[in-house]
Design a protein around this ligand. Structure first.
Ligand SMILES: *Cc1c(COP(=O)(O)O)cnc(C)c1O
Length: 386
């Protein structure tokens, strides 16, 4: 059996080596390292793929979130509601801009921000909601758009984990993750579903004026060369990373299908196990289905009930199976984001999830033998414990 990895970028590279190498050497030959043709090509390809009017490439996903918030003109003291159960980047940029983060609890079955908790947290100071499409599945955007409309709030999608996913609205209409709110941020960190070979990110919006504002902001607030109209940042996707992404974007649907197939096999093997809750897909399909893209499985995350999750992690590691705990500490309990307004009773689900979740290896190169070994090892541990 091949060695199991949490993310196997080496095997994936072998499949696309020629295209990637030739795209990169073209950049080297022309020395168009910044804002070269590969960047423009990637921008146009990605706009077409996701169906967004504007894609603005930038240096990483964290910058993308920050610049999206700057572009909307959010001001110190404005309250921004986001999920307690997410990667810290989401809340970090809110705090950096001196906006006030307001963390709220998530749903137990999807791990995504709970619209009921959002509504309770809205005050006259609330200016934006940041739903995170955690682990590859969109948050409940029907409910979030409705709340945003009712209270006149911006919706900024953190789409770092769900590129390529479809969201199905209650009326049956489908739209790509990251094109639903006013603006969205995505990441091309190597292990993301569409990853480059370094750092990269992008902002999506359908709003022409906002796109213009943001295009200047990523480049020192410059709209006319050496005229600095607003305070901006230096945040660019470099041409070599764009060249990698141009080679990989045509494969994104196939990559996401492979992740979904692996997820299906995992869930089938765990079917009927009373101490495992497998990931749930929502919308049209309650099961992980073959035909729709509602979940792109950035992570395949189980909840382990009535068993020692940390002992399972140790057991898997001992058996040569890497795994992850995303996320082990709720953001409201992280030192940097403590706030006396938070009460433990406000976060029952996140507090529970951090003790139960475990993410299994998930990437495009998992084979049946590896999946069988992983599932048998998990089941063996749980059956022994019971
Ligand atoms: C990866 C990630 C980010 C940050 O992306 P970087 O490119 O690493 O800066 C932000 N939010 C979420 C949910 C992420 O998973």
């Amino acid at each position: 059996m091949r060695k199991i990895q949490m993310v196997d970028l080496t095997s994936q590279y072998q499949e696309i080596k020629e295209q990637v190498n030739s795209s990169i050497s073209q950049v080297l030959d022309t020395a168009a390292f910044i804002n070269g043709p590969e960047v423009h090509k990637f921008q146009a390809q990605l706009e077409t793929y996701v169906g967004a009017k504007h894609v603005i490439p930038c240096a990483n996903g964290t910058d993308a979130l920050q610049i999206a918030m700057m572009g909307l003109g959010l001001k110190p003291g404005d309250e921004v509601i986001t999920a307690d159960f997410t990667f810290a980047a989401t809340v970090e940029v809110i705090a950096l801009l001196q906006l006030t983060p307001v963390l709220v609890d998530v749903e137990p079955d999807t791990f995504n921000i709970d619209p009921i908790c959002i509504e309770k947290a809205i005050t006259p100071k609330t200016k934006a909601i940041v739903p995170v499409h955690l682990f590859g599945q969109c948050a409940n955007m029907d409910a979030i758009l409705e709340l945003a409309e009712k209270h006149n709030l911006f919706v900024i999608e953190d789409n770092a984990q769900a590129i390529g996913a479809d969201y199905t609205f209650a009326n049956g209409q489908k739209q790509k993750a990251g094109t639903i709110g006013h603006v969205s941020a995505t990441s091309f960190f190597p292990s993301k579903n569409l990853g480059c070979y370094g750092d990269g990110g992008a902002i999506f919006t359908n709003d022409d004026e906002l796109a213009h504002t943001i295009r200047g902001m990523v480049n020192h607030g410059m709209y006319v060369r050496y005229h600095h109209d607003v305070v901006g940042v230096n945040s660019r996707l470099d041409s070599i990373q764009a060249a990698v992404l141009n080679a990989k974007l045509p494969n994104l649907d196939e990559y996401n299908n492979k992740r979904r197939e692996a997820a299906q096999k995992y869930s089938k093997a765990f079917d009927g196990q009373e101490n495992i809750i497998v990931p749930r897909t929502v919308g049209r399909c309650e099961e992980i289905c073959d035909t729709c893209n509602c979940h792109v499985f950035h992570q395949y995350t189980l909840r382990i009930l009535n068993a020692d999750r940390d002992a399972l992690v140790q057991h898997l590691n001992d058996k040569g199976i890497p795994c992850g705990v995303y996320y082990p500490i709720p953001l409201h309990r992280q030192k940097a984001y403590l706030d006396e307004r938070y009460k433990e009773a406000d976060f029952p689900i996140t507090n529970q999830l951090v003790k139960e979740v475990i993410s299994l290896p998930m990437h495009t190169e998992l084979d049946d033998e590896q999946i069988a070994y992983i599932t048998e090892t998990v089941l063996g541990f749980l059956n022994n414990e019971a």
